[in-house]
Ligand binder design. Structure first.
Ligand SMILES: C[S@@+](CC[C@H](N)C(=O)[O-])C[C@H]1O[C@@H](n2cnc3c(N)ncnc32)[C@H](O)[C@@H]1O
Length: 300
């Protein structure tokens, strides 16, 4: 096929995907529409914060159902998604009986799968060398080491998250540093309540010099049809809960983490906008005063 024709075909496919994506997301809530003001901000439903143009890295996948639904039902493409597992392929297939079929569909959508990727040492993964991502996602990080002592268990999970954050920092896109199109985000979704609140994720994030929290929102698994959360140890009949019962009862929350400079830029922009609004209201007020004066003059 001549080059121009192939380019046109790719463009048409992209446009189709974008159309499908927009149709679905507008049925729920469009990610790029400003939410209506509400008195209870915490309860607002946030639609999946992913776009077909995003380069996405998923780490710590369990049965790959999140990767599959993201590619198959949310973005209608997996071409920009790399989904990774900490386990070897053999162990993964043994742990999760639905992993292979999820992986097959994810790959059919164009996604790439990598095994034995340690989220705390992403720099050791040769396939990720020189790559940067708009979204790096770790859903429900957990070491799964089965440490009985609560303090040691918390510490082990804190170390996992801290090292993951430090490692992924080097794989984030940045407009300022690399002239990328977007500023990258790290998404960590966690259960809330005890013992998870003791992991103190906010403090962990703040302890890393270059990172800050952009926003947090409730994670609603129902927005990801087919996604089924799994424990690190796999699915055990009679022990593990079916569907997403386990996470639903723990009110999961997503933390969106960005480079500090992005937060600073946003703050400056917000202040500018606020000033613009002040200016606007000043202009409106002045116009009203002038109008009032004119009316007065007319009546005299
Ligand atoms: C509670 S499971 C969640 C699985 C999946 N993300 C989900 O939402 O169903 C925790 C996951 O973290 C992974 N994990 C633990 N330590 C890891 C590490 N150092 N690097 C990458 N993944 C890790 C485990 O293999 C497991 O898949």
């Amino acid at each position: 096929m001549p080059k121009a024709k192939a380019k046109l075909k790719t463009l048409l496919i992209k446009l189709q995907q974008e159309k499908k994506y927009r149709a679905t997301t507008s049925q729920t809530l469009h990610p790029y529409k400003k939410p209506k003001p509400s008195s209870n901000v915490r309860k607002q439903i946030k639609p999946p914060p992913y776009h077909p143009d995003d380069n996405i890295l998923l780490v710590g996948e369990g049965n790959f159902s999140f990767a599959r639904t993201l590619a198959e039902s949310i973005l209608y493409t997996g071409h920009n998604i790399i989904a990774t597992s900490y386990d070897t392929k053999e162990i993964l297939i043994k742990k999760y009986d639905d992993a292979q079929s999820n992986i097959n569909i994810f790959i059919e959508c164009g996604g790439q799968v990598l095994y034995q990727v340690d989220a705390t040492k992403l720099e050791n993964c040769k396939e990720l060398k020189n790559k940067r991502f708009d979204k790096i996602v770790f859903n429900f990080p957990h070491t799964g080491l089965g440490i009985k002592d609560q303090d040691r268990n918390i510490l082990a999970n804190q170390l996992l998250i801290h090292s993951f954050l430090k490692s992924s920092l080097n794989f984030l896109t940045s407009r300022k540093i690399y002239s990328d199109n977007k500023d990258g985000e790290i998404h960590i979704t966690m259960k809330t309540g005890l013992p998870y609140d003791h992991w103190n994720i906010r403090k962990l994030i703040k302890s890393i010099e270059n990172l800050g929290i952009k926003e947090t929102f409730d994670f609603n698994p129902n927005l990801y049809p087919g996604y089924e959360h799994r424990r690190t140890l796999g699915f055990k009949e009679g022990v593990s809960k079916k569907g997403n019962e386990e996470i639903l009862e723990k009110n999961p929350r997503t933390f969106v983490i960005v480079m500090k400079e992005v937060l600073l830029d946003e703050e400056i922009k917000r202040n500018d906008d606020a000033n613009d609004e002040d200016d606007d209201s000043f202009v409106m007020k002045s116009k009203k005063v002038i109008k009032g004066k004119k009316k007065k003059n007319n009546t005299v």
